[in-house]
Each structure stands twice: as C-alpha cells, then as structure tokens.
Design a binder for this molecule. Structure first.
Ligand code: ADP
Ligand code: MG
Length: 435
C-alpha cells in the first residue's frame, strides 16, 4: 500500500503547485485500503472539508490512473494527539471553515422523504436562532444530513457574513475537548464554542453515546448558546430517545425545538437525484440506465452517487458507452450489497429454528429463560443487522416497549463479553443471515 501511495503522490505532484502539494497532500496518511475504498487520516474536519472541496478530485484521478480501478476515498479524523488544534484555532478571530460548495440547497433534491428536513433547514438558514432552535435532523446514513448542515452553514455565512458559524462533527468536538484538557486550554475551548460562536452545527451526535465527559461539556455549551438565542443544529442517525447511553437531560434538549426525519427516498426522488448528480458530473445518463440503478439501489443516496462515479470512470477510462449492459457488468458489487439486506422476519425465523422454537415463542411474553434468551439474541441481531429503531423492534417482537428492547439487547451485549459459547452462537447466526 505504501508503495502505491508514493506513486500516487508522484502523479499528484505533477498536477498541483508545490505549496499546495506540501500543505494538502503531504499531511495525508493512508490508513486502510480495502474493497476499492481508501481511508485517509486527516488532522481535523476543517482540513477534510477543504480538501474534499479543492483537491479530492485530483487525488482520485491519480489513484485511478495508478491502479486502473475506481476508488472511493474516505476520511478518518486524527485523534487529538499530535495536533495542536486548540492553539491554532484560538488565533483565528473568526472561524472560517469552508463549507463544501456542492452541498448547497440548490443541489439538494427535495422529495417526500426529506421535504420537512429541507424546509426546516431553509427556515433556520434564513432566520438563525429564530425559527426552530435547536433543529434536530435525523435519518440513516447517506441520506443527506451532512449535506443539509453544510447548506445551512454556507447560506448563513453568505447572508450574514459577520455571523460566526462553526461546523464540527461530534467526534471532532470530543477530540478537541480532550486536546484542550491535555494542553490545559479548556478556557479557550469554552470561549470558542460558547462565546465566539453564533451558529453551531454539530454532525452525528449519536457519537456522543457512552461519552459522559463530552456530554457534560456539550450540555453546558448547549445551554450557553441556547440562552443567548444562538442557533444550534444537530444531526444524528436516529431519534434522540433512541440514542443509547446519552444523559436524559441532553436528549430532552435535543427535542426542545424541531425534530425532522429524513427517510429513504422513493423511486421518483431517486431518479431525480440521479439526474441531478449526472448533470453536476457532466455525464450523459439515459432514462433506462437511471431506472436500472434507481430500482436496485434503494436506501442510500451515497450509493446512488457512487454508481454514477463508477460508470463515469469506465466511460472515461475505457471509452465504454454508459448503457444498461455496462451497469449490469460494473455495478455488481453495489447491487449485491443492496440485495443482502436482512429483514426482521428473517432474523426471527433463523433464531427460532436455531433454538427449536416457533416464531410465536420468540414473540411471546413468556419470561422463561429458554425463550427469553433467544428473543434477546434476535433483538440484538436485529439492531446490529438492520436499521430498525428500538420501537420498531419492540413492535416486531410481540409489542414490547422500547425500554424492554434496550434491556434485552444490553443483556446480550453484557454476556457476550465473557460467554464464549454465546459468542459462537451469535457469530454463527450472523453468518447464516448474511448468506
Ligand atoms: P449523511 O450525512 O446523511 O450520511 P450525506 O449528507 O453525506 O449523508 O449525503 C451523502 C451523499 O448523498 C452526498 O454526496 C449528498 O450530496 C448526497 N445526497 C443526499 N441526499 C441528497 C438529496 N436529497 N439531493 C442531492 N444529493 C443528496
Ligand atoms: Mg453525515
């Protein structure tokens, strides 16, 4: 991997200026390379945002030329070590994080699945602190949460340039907090997030789960900003009360303003998204090919995009016309990923069989251990392998409420730590379900 990486850098060097190369490519550290996805470690979210906007395409071209395969790049933000973030930040009068330009309201395709989140985001961008505060956007991966957050940030900055808008993922927030503690710069951290900030956009708050120290600080940040009438927007992969191991007082604050769900897009919206993305990429996309993809890739917009990138790659690199045939051939891996989606019914059935029970036993209210354990295993697997929420799981397992589901799942998680027999059972069930 290191060798290829060096060759890729050689290629890049020819296409960018020396200063750019040193500032933006030198610091990248490849940490994983599998299945056509290269993960790069970067120092922080700001660096990532800027890099993605300005240099990612140069890098991807070099990668693809070097390896002859389509490559996707992902990022992992460096943990606090090595990086003296707080001090650098402190010197900046106004934080000036670049937002990803293509993540704009104009480029966001609105459909039934997301119109409420879109409308709420627009309202917040127009009247920060006045429309809904906080705004809490939630939904599965790849459905446009980060996109909307950037759109809000960019729009506010454009309309009211003096407003200090901070965008950060909750993971980066935590890392920064830890660094600030280590460097005894806690006060600067507070000043940055409580005083010198007018709009705070926090991505992926589900990451705060099980991090009580960060939650504590965050709680105070929230209170200070909210009391001052400053806008806060959160995103999360699930509804506040569904995030495990987050303090109640914080969850309740998440729900103080407006919560808006982003659902998976329907077929019509998926088609519109494909058209829009193709237009942005400057690629010809026939209705047939768009249909072929939209029918098969159903629950993730990022996947839709990545299908287009793949086709475009083969089109440009090997001069192949973009046809249904090409899609059939080249998108196999994507489509397989979709087909492998596992349902709650399958899980119930498989677990019941394994323990010689009926599905009714699994769903019954019996507390007998011979039924309760398989039931908890099934709930645990459902949580792991599907996108079902706790309440949905409760429903599908005989109408339990969500606290019952959580304690069942916890029970398994706890046992798995020391019970190797159970580990084996669960692993095998998972293997069976995945095939
Ligand atoms: P999330 O943060 O919810 O995981 P992202 O915001 O990163 O998802 O979106 C993944 C990709 O899909 C991005 O490239 C984004 O631009 C695109 N995307 C998602 N929803 C839409 C939409 N409604 N219209 C246009 N692009 C979208
Ligand atoms: Mg996101």
């Amino acid at each position: 991997m290191q060798e290829t990486w060096l060759k890729v850098l050689e290629r890049v060097r020819k296409n960018v200026r020396g200063v750019e190369f040193r500032a933006w490519f030198k610091p990248l550290k490849p940490v994983r390379w599998d299945d056509g996805v290269l993960t790069l470690q970067v120092k922080d979210a700001q660096f990532q945002a800027w890099f993605v906007e300005h240099f990612e395409s140069v890098l991807i071209r070099a990668l693809e030329e070097e390896t002859g395969k389509p490559i996707q790049v992902e990022y992992s933000v460096l943990d606090a070590e090595l990086f003296d973030h707080v001090k650098a930040e402190e010197e900046r009068k106004t934080p000036n994080v670049p937002f990803i330009e293509s993540y704009s309201f104009e480029n966001f395709v609105v459909g039934n699945s997301n119109h409420m989140a879109y409308a709420a985001s627009k309202a917040v961008a127009r009247r920060p602190g006045k429309a809904y505060n906080p705004l809490f956007l939630y939904g599965g991966t790849g459905l446009g949460k980060t996109h909307l957050l950037h759109a809000i940030g960019a729009e506010i900055r454009k309309r009211v340039p003096r407003m200090r808008v901070l965008y950060i993922s909750s993971e980066a927030y935590m890392n920064e907090l830890i660094t600030s503690i280590r460097l005894k710069a806690r006060e600067q951290f507070r000043v940055k997030y409580r005083d010198k900030c007018d709009v705070l956009l926090i991505d992926d708050v589900q990451f705060l789960s099980g991090k009580p120290g960060t939650q504590e600080e965050f709680f105070h940040t929230f209170n200070a900003l909210h009391a001052a009438g400053k806008q806060i927007v959160f995103t999360s992969d699930r509804f506040p009360s569904e995030i495990p191991e987050v303090e109640e007082r914080l969850k309740s604050r998440f729900e103080w303003g407006l919560t808006a769900h982003i659902d998976v897009p329907d077929l019509e919206t998926r088609l519109m998204i494909l058209k829009k993305k193709a237009e942005v990429l400057g690629m010809e996309l026939s209705d047939e090919v768009a249909n072929y993809i939209a029918v098969r890739v159903t629950d993730n917009v990022r996947e839709l995009e990545s299908c287009l990138h793949n086709l475009l790659f083969f089109n440009r690199a090997q001069n192949l016309p973009i046809t249904v045939k090409l899609a059939e051939e080249k998108l196999k891996a994507h489509l397989r990923k979709q087909a492998r989606r596992i349902t709650i019914e399958q899980i119930r059935k498989t677990v019941a069989q394994e323990f010689d029970l009926t599905e009714d036993d699994i769903m019954s209210s019996s507390r007998k251990k011979s039924q309760a354990l398989p039931r908890h295993i099934a709930m645990y697997l459902t949580r792991r392998l599907t996108k079902a929420s706790y309440s949905e799981i409760g429903e599908k397992f005989g109408g339990r409420d969500h606290s019952g589901v959580i304690s069942g799942i916890r029970n398994i998680e706890k046992k798995l730590k020391f019970d190797s027999r159970l580990q084996q059972i669960v692993e095998e069930l998972e293997k069976k379900l995945r095939h």
